[in-house]
Write a protein that binds this ligand. Sequence first.
Ligand code: FE2
Ligand code: FE2
Length: 195
Amino acid sequence: MIPHSDILKGAEKYMRVRKNDVHIPISYSYAMKLTESYPEADKDVVGAAIILHDIGWYSIDEDDIFKKGFQSKNFMKSDVRYLHESEGMRLGAEVLKELGYDEEFIEKVCYIIDGHDTRDFARSLEDKIVRDADKLWRFTVTGVSVACDWFKQTPSTYCNRLETDIIPLLDLPESKEMATADLAETRTTLCTDIL
Ligand SMILES: [Fe+2]
Ligand SMILES: [Fe+2]
């Protein structure tokens, strides 16, 4: 199997938007951490899917990404959300094909990218890991500082939202544990009880 570093490199040209070049490496490390608790999961599929799931944002105007995809009413079902998923499948398949992956592997990865934000259920264990890792990066200091700007909130308000809205969406018990521990650390570091 081709190493994940080659997929990262292959996707690099699509990653310089929406801080994907920060989100993706951090979420990738959470995904790999979760596979340690689930050795039966296909690590190659998980790795490729988490690296490629958001590269479709590349095809969308950056102003639209934030206004429609993050700050609008019902933003999780906005047009740009669906578009970044379909574009992610198209570009992701292109990256994997160039690296020599076969159709079967590409289909497995696209099956996870498809609807990763707009579906409210996971399709497989690999999908559960990817979906949770996609959210877990936000609990870090880096995740809070990047994402609170996307939603135009203070770090403290955003931390509260992570606790009330995002932790309940996590599928795996290991993810909930990591999220809770990371959030406590992030709150302490950012002095959210004061600021
Ligand atoms: Fe996404
Ligand atoms: Fe993501």
